[in-house]
Design a protein around this ligand. Sequence first.
Ligand code: ZN
Length: 281
Amino acid sequence: MTSLSVPRPAPHRRLLRASIRRWSRLLATGSDPFDALARELARWRAAPARFWWRDDDAVAPSAALDRLLALRERLRIPLALAVIPAEADPALAARIAPEEAVRVLVHGWTHRNHAQPGAPPSEYPASRDAASVQAELAGAAARLGTLFGSRALKVLVPPFNALAPALAPAAAAAGLRVVSVDRDFADIPMPAHNIHADVIDWDRHTAVPEAEAVRPLLAALRLRRYGLVPRSEPVGVMTHHLAHDEAVWSLAERLLDLLARHEGAAFPAVEAIFPESARAP
Ligand SMILES: [Zn+2]
């Protein structure tokens, strides 16, 4: 790890990101990945690592949303809901209203894929016109503000965790000063507080193996412990309540329960994860 540094230029950043991803996949978790995570967290007891929970694609009340909110209540940790603005039902705002620890983030506009055929999916690829993206995102933020009031934070969670770096100024001009994508060293020129673990295997539509959920968290914690990422930079767990089978619910619950209970992990309020969103426009 001592050979890794944190260079500024984007090409180096992309190389670093790819290297860290390869290194992350090789981390040993032993026969009990959750025990490996607990042992890493034991090193954080004096100054707990900061965690947060992001659930994506909410649009309306549902049995799955009720289950998600019940899980949050049981775990007693905050929850950031990434809501798709164009689809958001006013009934979702009514359902969230009594949920004091839930905040709403801007999950693009329609969650439509605008990428060229064959390219990774993205609602905001470099091929899109910046002025129309700015107008779209300003409308998205305004709609969530109307529906959710102060519960809606000015945080962009771009669908597919993809935002072309060239469109960051358009997002900022729309009032979204902070972004949330996947893993550390995002190649986006604006503040970012990201997620690290995904509990879903999207090819098989069920839970990832425990080791696959735990490894990116171990990697994120070690990058912070080694000083390559600020220790205070939050580590995120991503869920998608509408896409969970029983295996995904079980994995998400066991993982979040371990984190919620461990003395080496803290779950600040969602506003504290995104201090940039509180600044006046
Ligand atoms: Zn999504």
